[in-house]
Design a binder for this molecule. Structure first.
Ligand code: PLP
Ligand code: LYS
Length: 440
């Protein structure tokens, strides 16, 4: 059993996180329950920041809030002194509700609406990461809402294929995101933004994908970007003040995953930028990164209550739990794999091999296939590890299941940070259909 962060097995043989017994958490808050190990999030945040400080490099570490956004989460990010990447009006609204410093918010997205851009300009946030030519025009249309010049990064696709699931690679040329670096779009975007004095072109951005274990993709992206920067410096006198290299740093879900420490990703990035800056003879830009998964992924654990069991003789044992694809779509969407334990029997030997089935009406709603566990009975507590990123964030109401509660645990204290939804919440926006009575 691989335990992340402050997770441990206590004297009662129960899984404990942040000094709190998960069996008590399940009793107090119900299941399914998302539990976040706050100390582990803080530790990761500090590792990122301290590595930049060690290199004496001007930097911003912006948490990609798409991985898990809530008022408490955003407040925690602020407490750790990070910046914030948002990708919709909703994520921006959450950040504002949380009182996050506006100047440290960066707004992403390949189809920001006019209303979203207006909101971002009215709130005078740190920068807009412009994704396409249409957005440049939209920004001009709403520019009267800006408090000064509009700070802009241009998202570029460097033509680097990250080795990860097809759905989460983003740096390749054939992508819905960003301006192509190799096909002239990036040059044209720089020209259009610079020739309009409503904009302040801060720099460039790229993000090559997610759940990446190798550093070669980052190195290649940096080399491609800086080769272009040299060209821009010589031909159009453009040198970016900021180079944002996105996120994508992988984490360990199962033993098949072999991530490197977050500090090592940052070391490799900074060393390559140093090399390129010397080679191209340009001033050292501010380096920004946008980790999502690597900040919160392994800090999250989902607790479920075990229910029905079905035996298919000589084939498989299905063990159903009280959640599933509605609170964690990743196994169904990306064939993602997870590890789990029986949290109330964490010291008992594994005697069974079972497959964990969700309760949604889909055969594909399977959380884990063929996992060894102690003999499980109804009402046992299953803890699935590493669900902190893109779990709650991608939850749905499929089958009209209510979204779970979320608690933060730290130093023996548990705090509810998102309430469990109620049935009433589910129908809150539903309206009755008033059938018009046909006249005879
Ligand atoms: C632009 C951008 N930045 C940051 C991230 C965060 O990625 P990750 O959670 O893999 O660190 C993503 C998601 O892939 C993204 O699209
Ligand atoms: N949702 C994906 C990651 C997407 C990254 C955002 N661009 C996952 O769960 O792995």
């Amino acid at each position: 059993m691989f335990l992340h962060g402050t997770s441990r097995i206590n004297n009662e043989g129960h899984l404990e996180i942040g000094g709190v017994d998960t069996v008590h958490l399940a009793k107090q808050f119900g299941t399914p329950l998302y539990v976040y190990d706050v100390a582990l999030i803080r530790q990761k945040a500090r590792q990122f920041k301290e590595t930049f400080e060690k290199h004496h490099v001007k930097a911003q570490v912006a948490y990609a809030s798409k991985a898990f956004s809530s008022v408490a989460m955003v407040q925690l990010v602020h407490d750790e002194g990070l910046s914030l990447d948002v990708v919709s009006g909703g994520e921006l609204y959450t950040a504002l509700k949380a009182g996050f410093p506006k100047e440290k918010i960066h707004f992403h997205g390949n189809n920001k609406s006019k209303a979203e851009l207006e909101m971002a300009l009215q709130e005078n946030i740190g920068c807009i990461v412009v994704d396409n030519f249409y957005e440049i025009e939209l920004l001009k249309e709403v520019s009267s809402h800006a408090k000064g010049k509009i700070p802009v990064l241009l998202r570029l696709t460097p033509g680097v294929e990250a080795h990860t699931h097809d759905y989460i690679t983003t740096g390749q040329e054939d992508s819905k995101f960003g301006f192509g670096l190799q096909n002239g779009q990036a040059d044209e975007a720089i020209k259009r933004v610079r020739e309009d004095d409503r904009f302040h072109l801060l720099g460039i951005h790229c993000h090559i994908g997610s759940q990446i274990f190798e550093t070669t993709g980052f190195v290649m992206a940096i080399q491609k970007l800086f080769t272009k920067i040299k060209e821009w410096k010589e031909n159009i006198d453009f040198i970016p003040e900021v180079v944002n290299l996105g996120g994508g740093f992988g984490i360990r879900y199962t033993e098949e995953d072999t991530p490197i420490p977050v500090s090592q990703y940052v070391d490799v990035i900074i060393n390559e930028v140093k090399k390129q800056v010397a080679l191209m003879d340009i001033p050292f830009p501010e380096i920004w990164i946008e980790p999502g998964r690597s900040l919160v992924g392994d800090a999250g654990t989902t607790l479920y209550e075990v229910g029905a069991r079905k035996s298919v003789p000589d084939i498989r044992e299905y063990l159903s739990i009280d959640g599933g694809m509605s609170d964690n779509i990743r196994p169904a969407l990306y064939q993602a794999k997870y590890e789990a334990v029986l949290a109330n029997k964490a010291n008992e030997p594994n005697k069974d091999v079972v497959s964990i089935a969700g309760k949604c009406c889909e055969s594909g709603d399977m959380l884990i296939w063929d996992i060894p566990l102690p003999a499980a009975k109804p009402h046992d507590l299953l803890a699935v590890f590493c669900t902190g990123a893109y779990g709650y964030a991608m939850a749905s109401h499929y089958n009209r299941l209510t979204k779970p509660a979320v608690v933060f645990v730290e130093d023996g204290d548990a705090q509810l940070v998102i309430k469990r939804e109620t049935y009433e919440d589910l129908v809150r926006n539903d309206l009755s259909y008033k059938v018009k009575v046909k006249k005879p």
